[in-house]
Design a protein around this ligand. Structure first.
Ligand SMILES: [Zn+2]
Length: 297
């Protein structure tokens, strides 16, 4: 019986594999996303309060100068005292009532301000990804839900990671959206983090919403990308948590295996040469297909 099941499973996989390989798809332009990442990362370190952070914000405002761009400015207490932070929200309206959020953080790690930490993958790659993503949504009313691209500030700890010292931008935005009623309209919160890694392996995050991860997996299978997604599991604390805790279906798509044994994470080695256009194409394709699947639900 077990053997039969196994053979059956293998057969199903190979049949669906052939079907997907035959389906031509237009791909997300990972090369363009990588180029946006390169320009953004060239600004240099962009920890909260630094001149680089001000330049990073100006860069974002310039990309979205003709779009519906909102700045969410707030001051929050941190172990280094009160800090002013800025979330950026770019809204692309859709015909259906409801919102799909695609989010990243854009700042660099504050404790690493003493070294030349540019966060090419950590904050950079996903900023480039979202900037290119806007080119898919711009200039028309979307058939499905509205899509909002959210660039969060203050994801990183100011001193050392804890519940209170982390996720400043997402905690603020989730609370604000809860009090003004926006949160009820959010059908899915998709978070991208560190997915520019050349050696892409995204684990299945146990803090995320299972049905939404299932859609991500289905989207990956659509392109034959199964080998990059969810071979292993982990449990990640990231900007999705304040939304998960408020009942918003959320998925953190993160590759926290960056270099051998995560050796490049939070080091001066988090540089452009560790990234690839192909990984950004894979991630972009999967986010676009996931958005399509959420719209179909
Ligand atoms: Zn980080």
């Amino acid at each position: 019986m077990i053997r039969f099941r196994l053979i059956f499973a293998v057969l199903l996989c190979s049949i669906s594999g052939i079907a997907h390989a035959a389906a031509p798809d237009t791909h997300f332009d990972g090369a363009k996303a990588l180029e946006y990442t390169r320009q953004f990362v060239a600004i240099g370190p962009r920890w909260v309060g630094s001149p680089g952070h001000v330049k990073a914000e100006a860069f974002l405002r310039k990309q979205f100068q003709h779009d519906q761009l909102e700045v969410d400015t707030f001051t929050t207490n941190t172990p280094a005292g009160p800090m002013e932070m800025h979330n950026y929200i770019v809204k692309f309206p859709g015909k259906k009532d409801g919102v799909i959020v695609l989010a990243t953080h854009y700042e660099t790690n504050y404790p690493l301000r003493t070294i030349n930490f540019v966060g090419a993958n950590d904050g950079g790659s996903t900023t480039g990804l979202l900037i290119e993503m806007a080119n898919h949504f711009r200039g028309r009313t979307l058939d499905g839900y509205s899509v909002w691209l959210v660039f969060l500030d203050g994801e990183e700890a100011v001193k050392s990671w804890s519940t209170s010292d982390s996720l400043y931008g997402s905690k603020h935005l989730a609370a604000k959206w809860q009090s003004d009623g926006t949160l009820k309209r959010v059908k899915a919160f998709l978070l991208a983090d560190m997915i520019g890694d050349k050696d892409l392996d995204i684990y299945r995050d146990r803090n995320s919403t299972p049905w939404l991860l299932d859609l991500v997996q289905q989207a990956a299978a659509h392109f034959g990308y199964q080998s990059y997604f969810f071979a292993q599991e982990n449990q990640i604390e990231d900007d999705h948590l304040p939304f998960v805790q408020r009942g918003v279906p959320s998925a953190d798509i993160i590759d926290l295996d960056y270099g051998y044994d995560n050796a490049y994470h939070h080091t001066v080695d988090d540089t452009m040469d560790k990234l690839s256009a192909k990984s950004l194409t894979i991630a972009g394709d999967v986010f676009l297909e996931t958005i399509r699947l959420v719209n179909q639900r």
